[in-house]
Write a protein that binds this ligand. Structure first.
Ligand SMILES: Cc1cc2nc3c(=O)[nH]c(=O)nc-3n(C[C@H](O)[C@H](O)[C@H](O)COP(=O)(O)O)c2cc1C
Length: 369
């Protein structure tokens, strides 16, 4: 019944302005009855990563719930973890509208929100009032557009949210805050991680040691990826999220009109470049820390491919818009079938098994069917 209603609502939302439709979705999720919880997860889908336990590998990617309005509702829909944010110290309006575009024929989206969010104090208050207790909660941190010292904004985020976050993401890969991606360059990253991890260690005395992950862009060249991973390994970060949206516009895009909009492209066309980058990262990290794979996951097949390319956990956003929340249950069932077909004991047996093929471009979805 709820499934049929969700499908109907999903089709109606497509007639509305995308940002307004998203707002309505958040409001509807806030009304979702607590009885409508997803069934318990099969133990073969469970994973441990950076000291936390996950009952399934599917996480809600950042940007869907920027202000932590619905983390518990997303857990009830079946997500194994939820990332809220990006949150900046001071509230921000973001870029002028329109700033979210659907590329329907491509099952993709372009956004140039520019970190619109209610700011640390408001989001922190909300999480204290409505803590997310059933799944790990990640707080994705960013910097204000006009920050004089961007690194200080991330440090502030660690200090403010250390009591409520299960772990943190340092987002240095949004294409919509000018200059933000420069923080991925090794000297800047070295300073950023030193200060952020010192703040994390200082907060650990009161709230326990909170893992810190770094989220990177899919547009890095391998010459840029090498020093980034060297710095990440030197600082012993807890994990890497690969990847954010891309500024590239593949020639295969069908909706050429919307493709001309500035911003970050997500969804189906992001799958191949982000999976390749994930596999490249996996090969360089030598299992020093786990990876979260994100970009274009819209089926059990694409989720399994991310895991074979090196992901311990996966996240998604855009496919929820096109396929609706029933997708999560479908993907879990599909992963269990693949565990069975491959005679694995559990999903974690598949991690990285095809990393070399994805990294070299030999693997693709079609020849893996
Ligand atoms: C509308 C929209 C807003 C986003 N906002 C953020 C954000 O605030 N912070 C962030 O780290 N990533 C943000 N992302 C990127 C997603 O978290 C994810 O990395 C990207 O969309 C690729 O996953 P997907 O193809 O499953 O959507 C956003 C994506 C979309 C579509």
């Amino acid at each position: 019944m709820i499934g049929a209603f969700a499908t109907l609502a999903q089709s109606l939302l497509f007639y509305l302005d995308p940002e307004f439709a998203h707002r309505l979705t958040i409001k509807a999720l806030q009304l979702l009855p607590s009885a409508a919880a997803a069934p318990p997860d099969d133990p073969r889908l469970a994973t441990q990563a950076f000291g936390l336990s996950f009952s399934n590998p599917f996480g809600l990617a950042a940007g869907f719930d920027k202000n932590a309005e619905v983390p518990e509702a997303m857990a009830r829909l079946g997500f194994g973890f939820v990332e809220i944010g990006t949150v900046t110290p001071r509230p921000q309006k973001g870029n002028p509208r329109p700033r979210l575009f659907r590329l329907v024929a491509d099952e993709a989206a372009i956004n140039r929100f520019g970190f619109n969010n209610k700011g640390h104090a408001s989001v922190h208050r909300r999480l204290l009032r409505h803590p997310c207790e059933s799944v790990p909660l990640c707080v994705n941190l960013g910097a204000n557009k006009d920050a004089e010292d961007r690194t200080a904004d991330y440090v502030r985020g660690i200090e403010v949210f250390a009591d409520v976050a299960s772990y943190f993401t340092i987002n240095v890969s949004s294409p919509n805050t000018p200059g933000l991606r420069d923080l991925q360059e090794s000297q800047a990253l070295d300073d950023l991680l030193a200060r952020v991890l010192a703040a994390r260690d200082a907060a650990a005395e009161r709230f326990g040691r909170k893992p810190v992950l770094l989220k990177i862009a899919p547009d890095l060249t391998l010459h840029e990826l090498d020093p980034l991973i060297f710095v990440a390994r030197t600082h012993k970060i807890d994990g890497l999220i690969v990847s954010n949206t891309t500024v590239a516009r593949p020639t295969s895009l069908l909706d050429r009109v919307q493709a001309a909009e500035a911003g970050g492209l997500s969804g189906k066309p992001l799958f191949a470049p982000s999976t390749r980058m994930l596999a490249q990262a996996y090969l360089r990290i030598e299992q020093q820390f786990p990876l979260i794979g994100v970009g274009g996951i819209d089926s059990a097949e694409t989720a399994f491919a991310k895991i074979e390319a090196g992901a311990t956990l996966v996240q998604l956003y855009t496919a929820l818009v096109y396929r609706g929340p029933g997708l999560i249950g479908q993907m879990k069932r599909g992963l269990l079938e693949r565990i069975h077909q491959n005679s694995y004991q559990r999903l974690t047996d598949a991690i990285g098994t095809a990393a070399a093929d994805w990294a070299s471009g030999k693997a693709s979805l079609t020849n893996r069917l």
